[in-house]
Design a protein. Structure first.
Length: 196
């Protein structure tokens, strides 16, 4: 049997490329917001690789310490994207896991802001045709529309492409494969290894 090694998020990206929300696209990102934040994706039909694998979660994003004095949970950077917006960060900041904070508006407004700040970096640097957001934190009802609002506000009309400005719900979306994206993506990786 063939064996292929890659990251979990690149596997999820492959699954969404073959059977899910990124079908027909050759430049897109899959970002998981869960215990940590990870990202993978494709550029011109090839999986993103480099010196090491892409480390989306360790991007430095703006941190307004007056509004949010929380120092972050990343053992390397403290308040990088993962340090401020991962599931571990939510639990450390608010004292309870994300699934116990469903009705707390302040939690999800702040979370949406941090996720959007990272997404704007991804949009401006990689120019993906779509961003697929998976992971346990993204299962929070109502979070995605808050992220859409924040991304649109932060972009401030900078990109006049309709997919970002008017079609934000199609541009930043949840995985069509749900929690199976990674497992199905592992199959897609083996089936399409030569293509990726």
């Amino acid at each position: 049997m063939p064996v292929v090694f890659d990251t979990d998020v690149n596997a999820a990206a492959c699954g969404e490329h073959v059977w899910g929300a990124a079908q027909g696209l050759d430049t897109f990102c899959y970002i998981t917001v869960g215990t940590g934040i990870g990202g993978g994706g494709m550029a011109r039909g090839k999986l993103l690789h480099g010196l090491v694998h892409p480390e989306f979660g360790h991007m430095r994003i703006p941190h307004d310490r007056k509004t949010d004095p929380f120092p972050g949970v990343c053992p390397y950077h403290g308040d990088c994207w993962e340090g401020l917006a991962s599931g571990r960060a939510i639990e450390a900041r608010w004292g309870r896991p994300a699934d116990e904070l469903a009705g707390d508006e302040a939690v999800w407004e702040l979370e949406a802001r941090y996720i959007a700040l990272g997404l704007v970096c991804v949009i401006c640097v990689l120019s993906p045709e779509r961003i697929v957001l998976g992971g346990g934190v993204m299962s929070q009802p109502g979070l995605l529309p808050l992220i859409h609002r924040e991304v649109s506000g932060l972009m401030n009309g900078y990109l006049d492409d309709a997919s970002v400005a008017d079609g934000i719900a199609d541009y930043v979306t949840l995985p069509q494969l749900g929690s199976l994206a990674g497992v199905l993506g592992a199959i897609a990786l083996v089936q399409n290894d030569a293509a990726y």
